[in-house]
Ligand binder design. Sequence first.
Ligand code: PEP
Length: 253
Amino acid sequence: MRKKIIVGNWKMNKSVEESAKLATELVAACKGQAFSDKVDIGIAPTYLALDRVAGIVKGSPVKLAAQDAHWENQGAFTSKISVDMLKALGVTYVILGHSEPRTLFGETDANVNKKTVKVLAEGLIPIVCVGETLAEREGNITEKVVGTQVRAAYQGVSALDAAKTVIAYEPVWAIGTGRTASDDQAQAVHKYIRGLLKEMYGSEVAEVVRIQYGGSMKAENAAGLLTQPDVDGGLIGGASLKVDSFLGIIKAA
Ligand code: PEP
């Protein structure tokens, strides 16, 4: 059975001090809890807070995630952070291809692919985000859009490496909008993605890759989504910014 994975994406929220406070509260809330062994937990603070938060989560069930990474180790790439740098801080997961960089900052499938390959090469775990806009859903091309994104991200990725990855299905219309995909809508796309992975890599790989749902998941709707057969966790934005709401989702998982 696939272990559930819940990751909080803090986006451009919280100062270093506030991040440290939230991470401290979360670590304390997870201490000695039975769920800590049953669910993989991650948090992705801003880059600025990674170092500080790394010290706080060390030795706890809470793992560190980054919100993006560049595919080169160093060089003239103003504003970018390398996987090497993240690795040195003890980062475990790297979120790639989130819809905000895709829609606001020109992130491309080709770049997501280069990043995925690099993150895997450095032994970290990519969380590859895919998802359709409202217009695409209404145009009945959700599978085409999501399929294209998945195929592109995994170009040149071996079956062995693909098995280590996490995919986050995040319908763009559900991110930060309070509008969640229904349990059935989420399951249908997750099942499609798993079928695609089977086509690409065979059933052994398809069965181990964890597919998170993301898009206005909160404690109140988490149980319904997380009990769908192909929903293996959540990538959480807004609801990860408070310990109680994030913990509610972790407990549901
Ligand atoms: C996200 O940005 O990955 C996300 C799922 O955000 P929210 O939970 O706020 O919709």
